[in-house]
Design a protein around this ligand. Structure first.
Ligand SMILES: Nc1ncnc2c1ncn2[C@@H]1O[C@H](COP(=O)(O)OP(=O)(O)OP(=O)(O)O)[C@@H](O)[C@H]1O
Ligand SMILES: [Mg+2]
Length: 602
């Protein structure tokens, strides 16, 4: 019963991902099953004619009647031709069914992968930060592949069930007692196989979990190899990876063992039942030999299918983990879709206002009472100690996070009513750890927004690279702008990566530019140069800068000092500096930084 319930569940799951392909599979299996049984039953009058037996049983009479009605002579030659034709037709349907299964498998895999990849992109920032990369990669590759391959087993089970539905009544009309024996034999096999099938389910779920953990472990391991080597800590992580791989192999082995056991005892049981049947027939004697031969053939084919069912169920159970993972992940990622508004904007030429903004992450309050204005075309500095909430503030500013309370508006429109992508097209963001793609420097700068081979795009790239002070290091790379940077920019220095990230935003030329510690990895000279490029945009673009080095803040029009998740001071650099008791003054003194005019005069 449990197996049937699961079959219904799997049918629904596969139907969700494969749609009408599933009923089509059932139909093809049904037709090939019907043709098979018709072909075999048609053997009966043929054999009887060949052996010179009487054709007075109902099946033969019916077959002969059909032939006479169609005007086909009831002789051996034409009967044989008809049977060959039936099996040819059946062969075609078997081919169609196999091909259809493969077609469904590849389509389902393609659909799931494209749908999931899109959903992951559409999911909210919090979904992304809460997820484990290894799990996502595992679901998208391994589990999706195993899930779709499940359709093959699924179609085998279907075929088995359809054979039972067609064959049992056929045998029943030919040999009633035999059909009964058969049903009993199949049930016995199911009962015996049950514990094996059950155990496989549990093993499969564990295998999928282990797969995700292994993928996560491998990703971290591969990323960390240079560091791990340099500190001789490679063996520690390698040991963990080895343990996981071993566990995985042992789980696969245990599942494989169960499949082998079930696969192995199918044939002996089938042959035993067959021999038993022939013995009984011979014992009773007197029956039609042709009838015995046809029933034996039907019986053998049916037993092959029914006794194969536990193994197929077991194989489906082997995929339980994958099915669960794919279904659960699809549900979670779809639920986590980022809220989007209808209002499309094509410029950020107004103030951005934070009113009473509070942001909580679960129980933890990260930001509160944020009331501030980012004035149009002003340069704003955000200052604060580590963990004060500056990056979180940026994530709110780009609409990656939504306030738990309060609102953020641009030109009076609440962020939540905006089509986020339209807002973000206006934003250039140099994050704390720049994103570098394994491609050429040119492609990293234009980020595929154009073709670097075309003169206009190339010129824009060169101008952006110059403004971000990339020129000097580009001269020392083997292929200049066409140099490949390696995975995550491994072949570049930290400062070079930062400058490429800055060049990318200058290339985009957005209305609002935000920099999170964008110059922290640069030497004084390079920093001054990049600072100069940013200064040149002063008054033309809205710029927000986070920097620990306060010297880079001196040209800002306005500063906000964050502490413990709230703004404690705000004003111009010199205003804040002039307040002797201000936190800002203390921070400046710690770094030996003074306002520009004071520094120039003194
Ligand atoms: N994904 C997250 N889940 C839970 N807490 C987080 C998450 N991201 C940040 N936090 C917490 O939010 C607080 C503010 O972090 P944030 O990254 O905004 O600080 P910051 O001011 O940018 O610090 P830094 O100068 O070191 O970059 C920290 O206490 C941090 O632990
Ligand atoms: Mg930060």
């Amino acid at each position: 019963m449990r197996q049937l319930k699961e079959l219904v569940l799997y049918t629904r799951v596969f139907y969700r991902f494969a749609g009408w392909r599933v009923p089509m599979l059932v139909l093809l299996a049904l037709v090939s099953g019907l043709l098979d049984v018709v072909g075999i039953v048609a053997l009966l009058p043929l054999l009887q004619v060949a052996m010179g037996e009487t054709t007075d049983n109902a099946t033969s009479q019916a077959a002969l009647h059909v032939m006479t009605t169609l005007g086909i002579p009831t002789e051996f030659k034409s009967m044989a031709l008809i049977i060959v034709a039936i099996f040819l037709a059946k062969g075609t349907f078997v081919f169609a069914q196999s091909f259809w299964t493969i077609h469904a498998i590849t389509t389902v895999r393609k659909n799931i992968q494209t749908r999931l990849a899109k959903s992951i992109g559409d999911a909210s920032f919090t979904f992304y930060t809460d997820q484990n990369t290894g799990h996502m990669i595992n679901v998208l590759t391994n589990e999706t592949r195993r899930f779709s391959s499940g359709l093959k087993v699924f179609s085998q089970v279907l075929l088995g069930l359809i054979y039972i539905v067609i064959y049992v009544p056929t045998i029943l009309t030919l040999q009633f007692n035999l059909a009964l024996t058969l049903v009993v034999a199949t049930l016995v096999v199911f009962v015996v196989a049950r514990p094996l099938i059950e155990k496989t389910r549990l093993l499969s779920i564990r295998a999928s979990e282990e797969n995700s953990a292994l993928a996560a472990e491998l990703i971290q391991f591969v990323h960390a190899i240079p560091y791990l080597k340099a500190t001789a800590t490679l063996p520690n992580l390698r040991r963990r990876v080895r343990e996981r791989v071993k566990k995985m192999a042992s789980l696969d082995l245990r599942m494989g063992l169960r499949t082998a056991i079930l696969g192995g005892f199918k044939e002996p049981v089938a042959v035993a039942v067959l021999i038993l049947y022939i013995l009984v027939e011979v014992e009773i004697g007197g029956g039609s030999l042709a009838n015995v031969a046809v029933v034996a053939l039907l019986l053998y084919r049916l037993l092959n299918q029914t006794l194969g069912l536990p193994a197929s169920f077991q194989r489906i159970n082997q995929l339980t983990g994958s099915i669960d993972f794919v279904v659960d992940f699809t549900r979670d990622v779809t639920k986590a879709v980022e809220q989007d508004g209808p209002n499309v904007i094509d410029s950020v030429d107004a103030d951005i206002v934070f009113s009473n903004v509070r942001f909580d992450r679960g129980e933890q309050n990260i930001l509160r009472n944020i009331n501030l204005k980012i004035e149009h075309q002003k340069t704003i500095g955000i200052v604060g100690e580590s963990g004060a909430g500056k990056t979180t503030f940026f994530n709110l500013l780009t609409g990656l996070l939504d306030p738990s309370e309060g609102e953020i508006t641009v030109d009076g429109q609440d962020y939540r009513t905006l089509a986020r992508a339209s807002l973000r097209r206006m934003i250039g963001y140099v994050p704390q750890d720049p994103v570098i793609i394994n491609d050429t420097i040119a492609n990293n700068i234009c980020l595929y927004a154009g073709d670097p081979e075309t003169p206009e795009c190339r010129e824009k790239i060169i101008a952006a690279a110059r403004a971000a002070n990339c020129e000097f290091f580009l001269q020392n790379t083997p292929d200049g702008l066409d140099t490949m940077v390696g995975d995550r920019g491994m072949r570049l220095s930290g400062g070079q990566r930062q400058r490429i990230a800055i060049a990318r935003e200058l290339f985009k030329d957005p209305h609002l530019l935000i920099f999170d510690e964008a110059t922290s990895a640069l030497d004084g000279q390079s920093e001054a140069y990049v600072q100069d490029s940013i200064d040149r945009l002063h008054g033309e673009r809205t710029i927000v800068i986070i920097a620990h080095r306060l010297s880079t803040m001196r040209r800002c029009d306005w500063l906000h000092v964050f502490d413990g998740g709230t703004v404690i001071e705000q004003g111009s650099f010199s205003e804040l500096y002039d307040k002797p008791a201000s936190t800002f003054r203390r921070m400046c003194e710690q770094q030996g930084v003074r306002p520009l005019d004071a520094a120039q005069n003194g």
